[in-house]
Design a protein around this ligand. Sequence first.
Ligand code: SF4
Length: 386
Amino acid sequence: MDIFQTIGEISGKAYNSYLQAAKENGAKIAGYFCQVPVEVIHAAGLIPYRMRAVGSSGTAKGDIYYSPLNCTFTRHCFDRAFRGGFDFLDAVIFMNGCDHTRRMYDNWRHARKTQNISPDFLYMFVTPHIVDEYSMDRYIEEIRKFSKCLSERFGTNITNDLLLNSIKLFNKQRRLITKIYEKRKSMEATVKGSDILSMMFAVTAMPVDTANDLLEKIDASISDNPVPEKADIRVLITGGCIEEIDIIRIIEGCHAVVVADNLCVGARYFDMEVDESGDPAESLAKRYLNKLSCPRILNAFDARMKHIYDTIRDYRIDAVITQKLKFCDLWGVENLMLKKESQRTGFPLLALERELYGEGIGQLKTRIQAFIEEVHNRKNCPGFFS
Ligand code: SF4
């Protein structure tokens, strides 16, 4: 079987065969949201599992706790929790990414008591919303508190050596993913963006050493088998929560290829290594607070824009597509600022709003097709942004 077919199968399920095998061998799994330091989870002896709503059949049960004005990511995720979709987890680590996800911690705890939904270990990891000296101290303190709590609950003493070992494994993963992403700078399409998103979903849902082996195989397979089709328009995709690989396929069905991203389970996941020489908790805090952020970090818009402009230059991007879920204020404001930047400097931008696993795919397709066509026409005119 082609390696990307294998990855497609892994990423298309919440509970994949790698997790199943690890669990049968006694491993414990911790689901986590957003910017939780995965190294601490791993050092405690658990497999970090990036929470997704994949496999969701709706939001009816999630809507018991959430209002229709909450984003569909939280409603689908919580719905799955109610229906036993996360029964394979031994812990869930929440984070105050936004108020919608923060609230999931309260809802889950309530439903745990009243409806007995699993797992029984639920933890809120609190992360600052700005980056400065004080927030750095706050983050370090939070890492120490988190380590202590996991150590007590799962019976592992998280030493500096254990943390350093985990840091090295995840740094290796970051280097492997970076190497694969770098290959996408080539003007010949080396790999489809849809396969890359699928890869990212897979590697964030399996033991890190297994994921690293898989990434090495993917790297080799990309060198051996460049993507045959030619694409005129090179796209950078950015924005908030996205789980539907079909959206990338739609873009790539319009004579375009997605060659770069700024997504949670994309560039924001692997950007920046953790320093392996200093105190592990301090090094983790530095990395997680200074890496490529999402709009929840309030004083880092300029850094995010720099990443967009650097990516446009390095990956020779023709068009930027940003997407957000309805009722996501964080990305609502960010996209507005992105539009202003696009007007100021002239890069072509399409801003999409959608529901997670929503029904408006046909409408999205029409908008994407029209946008790519327009970019194609603009590209052939003198004065095109480059
Ligand atoms: S999509 Fe927006 S509102 Fe929903 S969880 Fe993510 S950041 Fe929060």
